[in-house]
Design a protein around this ligand. Structure first.
Ligand SMILES: *Cc1c(COP(=O)(O)O)cnc(C)c1O
Length: 358
């Protein structure tokens, strides 16, 4: 039976990508070696990392003047790397707190300097993206940091704030899920394990002008300019992860790029939200204008029904639906690689479960 994995991350990869990786695993391009056995400076891997970068540039329509870097340490290391590079003494950084990952980023920034939370939805249990009219930004900030999709609480920015300060975004859980105007941002980063590939590697898209403003005294491995100047090859990069990103981005191009991906993702999300809106059994704590197309959070009336729902889902090949421990209930993560068939199967289960437990 085909298993549909709704896990928040690591999450499903496209079946076609998994099969291609399997086919090339032991013998990449008739070399007699697997890609992860080949030198990161050899011609085969050079072609792979160049392809991954070119695909990302093409898919996201990245303007000139930006670099694309592959950095290790997960999105969580970016939480520290950003202030380490850009929050200099005498300056201050601004953050919007829209959930657990934003808070984690804020905490790291506080190690380095003046960190100001200019907007928050904490008071309403992160059920929304804070309305832009309430943001208390000040002139002169080193940067303004946002989290475009809140993986745990199931909220997502439907538009981005106009910012005088350089705008930085953690897009770990919605990168390449929809069209985004990259020129609005000075830095975008995303851990790969939701929409791009395996965990560990992070894609960083950074404006060169902004990178040039970084502090001088930053360790080499933690400095963005190292990755820009050495094309992510200062030391040995996570070659297998980068190879997988090349395959996933090949797949996105094959499907028809972000316009097509966005259409499919919206259709998938609509199926579940329509069900929630017409149901008496299921509820979602998320405000309508802040609903995420990637992580759909919903609740049942009791923990007994939660357990029963998860059990029946598993029996039908639908796994990974348990909500984050800090929120409870259910969470259906429906990233790019989740086929619409998986979502339809989930909604059918929600229907039949509601009838049986009304
Ligand atoms: C998963 C996630 C992270 C953490 O990523 P790691 O690679 O585990 O460090 C950070 N931010 C967001 C929005 C996430 O979804």
């Amino acid at each position: 039976m085909r298993i549909f994995n709704f896990s928040a991350g690591p999450s499903m990869l496209p079946t076609k990508v998994m099969e291609r990786a399997q086919g090339e695993f032991c013998d990449y391009g008739k070399t007699g070696c697997g890609i992860m056995e080949l030198s990161h400076r050899g011609s085969e891997f050079t072609a792979v990392i160049e392809r991954a970068e070119a695909n990302i540039r093409q898919i996201m329509q990245i303007p000139d003047g930006y670099s694309v870097c592959f950095i290790q340490g997960g999105a969580s290391l970016q939480f520290a790397m950003i202030p380490m590079n850009f929050l200099k003494p005498g300056s201050f950084a601004e953050y919007a707190d829209s959930g657990s990952w934003s808070s984690a980023a804020i905490k790291q920034s506080q190690f380095f300097g003046d960190t100001r939370v200019v907007a928050s939805s904490k008071d309403t249990k992160y059920d929304r993206i804070p309305a832009f009219s309430t943001w208390k930004t000040s002139p002169g900030a080193a940067y303004l940091h946002i989290t475009s999709n809140n993986t745990i609480f199931g909220t997502q920015y439907s538009s981005f704030p106009d910012s005088k300060a350089p705008l930085l975004a953690d897009m770990s859980s919605d990168i390449m899920s929809r069209r985004v105007d990259v020129s609005k941002f000075s830095l975008i980063y995303a851990g790969a394990q939701k929409n791009l590939g395996p965990s560990g590697v992070v894609v960083v898209i950074i404006k060169n002008d902004f990178a040039a403003k970084a502090a001088e005294k930053v360790p080499t491995m933690l400095k963005y300019s190292t990755y820009i100047e050495k094309k992510s090859l200062y030391n040995t990069p996570p070659t297998f992860g980068i190879y997988m990103i090349a395959l996933v981005t090949d797949w996105i191009k094959e499907i028809g790029g972000l316009a097509e991906i966005e259409k499919i993702n919206n259709a998938k999300a609509k199926l579940i939200y329509d069900k929630l809106d017409s149901s008496k059994l299921y509820k979602t704590p998320v405000q309508k204008d802040s609903r995420s197309a990637m992580n759909v959070v919903f609740t049942l009336p009791s923990e007994e029904l939660d357990a029963k729902f998860l059990k029946e889902a598993k029996a039908q090949g639908l796994i990974g639906l348990k909500g984050h421990r800090s929120v409870g209930g259910m969470r259906a993560s429906i990233y790019n690689a989740m086929p619409i068939e998986g979502v339809k199967k989930l909604v059918e289960l929600m229907d039949s479960f509601e009838k049986a437990n009304a």
